[in-house]
Ligand binder design. Structure first.
Ligand code: SF4
Length: 221
């Protein structure tokens, strides 16, 4: 099984299934259900199999998107294992945070991207409608995690942190109150001077700016 790869690869590497769209969580659940029903991985496909192509008959069913309120947070036990692992390699540039000597925790804040560049899998995999996690519950969770995890930096994962101005302002306000440093990614089209100012006052360590292409021709490769 592999997430967001190209269909022709099925022939070359003989995978059992490929998640082609929808959230990974629902695709994985579907594959597990399917293997339970079809332990010999026959051509028979369970009806409720969202977001999956099965190699043998190429049956394709539209993927499903999980509700942001169902997106998980890392379990405490996993964070403790992560801490042990990352702590051992904190000064190893290839596997530590991209900010030196920093323990970084990624948390998904958005999924989907409306830009839909042809060379990127985010829109086809996560959809063109941007879904956003509730910020109150996310920052409440961050406060809880801070009690047992030395959180130097969190990275809100999402294609474009600045795609929704009101959401971005609320994010900056809550990040400021949290006292935790963070780094994120924004599109060059959506990052405004107002947001830069808000981020500079909100413990922002870095904003990566996505410059997708200089030429419209490259959008139609
Ligand atoms: S804007 Fe960025 S994330 Fe969105 S589709 Fe283009 S490359 Fe992918």
């Amino acid at each position: 099984m592999c997430s967001f790869t190209y269909e022709q690869l099925l022939d070359e590497v003989g995978m059992d299934a490929v998640i082609i769209n929808g959230d990974t969580e629902s695709g994985l659940e579907s594959i597990i259900k399917n293997l339970k029903v079809n332990p010999r991985r026959t051509n028979k496909l369970e009806k409720a199999l969202p977001g999956v192509v099965v190699a043998k008959d190429r049956t394709r069913i539209a993927g499903e998107y999980a509700n942001p309120s169902d997106w998980g947070f890392p379990e405490r036990s996993l964070l403790e294992s992560y801490l042990k692992l990352r702590g051992n390699f904190l000064n190893e540039p290839s596997i530590s945070s991209s900010i030196e000597n920093t323990l970084e925790l990624p948390i998904t804040v958005k999924k989907g991207c409306r830009v839909n560049c042809c060379f990127c899998t985010i829109s086809s995999y996560q959809g063109t409608k941007v879904r956003e996690r509730d910020l109150d519950s996310m920052f409440a969770k961050i406060s809880e995690i801070k009690e047992y995890f030395p959180l130097d930096l969190f990275s809100p994962y999402g294609a474009d942190l600045c795609s929704d101005e009101a959401y971005t302002s609320k994010f900056a306000e809550m990040a400021k109150k949290s006292g935790v440093r963070w780094k994120g990614v924004a599109s060059v089209n959506s990052l405004t001077p107002k947001m830069i100012k808000e981020f500079s006052e909100a413990n922002c360590a870095r904003i990566g700016i996505g410059l997708e292409t200089f030429s419209k021709d490259h959008s139609t490769i």
